[in-house]
Design a protein around this ligand. Structure first.
Ligand SMILES: Nc1ncnc2c1ncn2[C@@H]1O[C@H](COP(=O)(O)OP(=O)(O)OP(=O)(O)O)[C@@H](O)[C@H]1O
Ligand SMILES: [Mg+2]
Length: 410
């Protein structure tokens, strides 16, 4: 090997020739410029601005589908608020992700931990206290100085689904016990029906102001990608149809900027790995494929054992020249696989329910077919690729599965 070179050298050099700054394409990177969200940013800033004059802003609920920029916008606003009040004399901005901190205790611990900068001074232990005790301690920490606390609770629906809405009752009533400081809550959710999960009192408290982030259209997604690509790629490495293609594919689905960025980043990674000098729409197609396979792999991995067996039954029929089958065909094949590996056989009714679930997950396609007077039945087809089928066959559930080489249908 030449001096200074390593077995990784080829990767270092090809990667450098395409991507100037890969972190810009990561979905966790928050750019300073968020195109097409100026109106939302302005609206939120207007609501929060009184905090700088020591007045409590209204609580806000932010709604919007996944990838519409909710987290990015709030993180950006938090940074700007800090710039306007660097020593946090007036406002303290706190961000909690309720998916990560998924208990009432965890949320309050995280808030207190962000206020008390020296962890050894944080009185609240990581676990062990009652909620009443932790709430009293949190109120003390907050009331230590005369300030406004803007507490962002991201993915707030996750917490309500798991723990109910008590925590939001505590947090929204906190102001009644505080003597000096004030707390404003900003809840973020991608669940449009989130408020149905709340009791009426909390609903009106949390939703003093409501802001909706609409999905991005193709043009907007293109702008977002161009703005990121400008700093991320070396000049001239992106074919001109790459960004429009990534934007079009993501707009078709949900107007999701995260998906558009994933497509662009993975396209670049694939081109880099191939040692290609340009990123083209062919790379985007491969990237789309990879994302779909990854997502389906996740779905298959998390199926229950019985659903995996059912799916194997459907695969068995398909591989035995039965690409389209009825519920009855599926059931017999499922029973065959079950018996082959010594698992208990569920009733046909249960299996009908599991077929519906697989249909909803996009693993199979089940179409209701009417046969005139003879009644109706379902026509079932497999929707997964060969790679995914092979992965399922490798699953430990099927370690002892021995289908005869030439199977005859039962
Ligand atoms: N207007 C924009 N300009 C630049 N990048 C954006 C914009 N909107 C979103 N993004 C980027 O798209 C990705 C997804 O955005 P974000 O995480 O804010 O979505 P979200 O609405 O919080 O979605 P979720 O509901 O799934 O949490 C992030 O990488 C973010 O930086
Ligand atoms: Mg988010």
């Amino acid at each position: 090997m030449e001096e200074g070179s390593s077995i990784f050298t080829q990767y270092v050099s090809t990667r450098h020739s395409l991507v100037k700054d890969s972190k810009i394409l990561q979905t966790t990177y928050i750019p300073d410029n968020l195109p097409h969200r100026k109106d939302k940013i302005d609206a939120i800033v207007e609501i929060l601005a009184p905090a700088l004059g020591d007045n409590k802003p209204s609580n806000i609920l932010i709604f919007g589908k996944t990838g519409t920029g909710k987290t990015a916008v709030m993180t950006y606003i938090g940074k700007e608020l800090k710039k306007a009040d660097p020593n946090e004399d007036h406002v303290c901005f706190i961000y909690v992700n309720c998916e990560v901190n998924d208990t009432a205790y965890g949320i309050m611990y995280s808030i207190s931990n962000q206020i008390v900068k020296d962890p050894s001074n944080n009185k609240i232990p990581f676990t062990g206290w009652s909620l009443d005790k932790i709430l009293t301690a949190l109120a003390e920490v907050i009331d230590n100085e005369n300030r406004i606390f803007v507490v962002v609770l991201d993915e707030i629906d996750r917490s309500v689904e798991r723990n109910g809405d008590d925590i939001f009752y505590y947090l929204t009533t906190l102001n009644e016990v505080l003597k000096k400081s004030r707390v404003s809550i900003i809840g973020i959710t991608n669940n449009a029906k989130f408020t149905d999960l709340l009791s009426p009192k909390i609903k009106s408290r949390l939703g003093e102001e409501k802001i909706v982030f609409p999905p991005y259209n193709v043009q907007q997604l293109e702008d977002i990608l161009y703005n990121r690509a400008k700093f991320a790629f070396e000049d001239g490495v992106l074919d001109e149809d790459v960004i429009p293609y990534c934007a079009a594919l993501s707009a078709q689905e949900m107007g999701d900027a995260r998906r558009a960025l994933d497509l662009l980043r993975i396209s670049a990674e694939i081109a880099g790995r191939n040692g290609d000098s340009k990123i083209t729409s062919a790379h985007v197609r491969s990237a789309k494929n990879k994302i779909e396979i990854d997502a389906m792999t996740e779905v298959i991995k998390t199926l229950t054992i019985q659903s995996k067996i059912l799916l194997m039954g459907i695969i068995r029929n398909t591989e035995n020249d039965m690409p389209v089958m009825t519920t009855g065909d599926v059931y017999s094949s499922y029973r065959y696989v079950c018996e082959n590996i010594g698992q208990s056989v569920l009733s046909q009714r249960r299996i009908t329910g599991l077929i519906q679930e697989l249909d909803m997950l996009g693993v199979i396609h089940a179409k209701l077919k009417s046969y005139g007077n003879a009644g109706r039945t379902k026509e079932i087809e497999l929707c997964i690729s060969k790679d995914i089928i092979e992965m399922l066959k490798e699953d430990e559930v099927f370690a002892d599965y021995k289908p005869p080489k030439q199977t005859t249908l039962i």
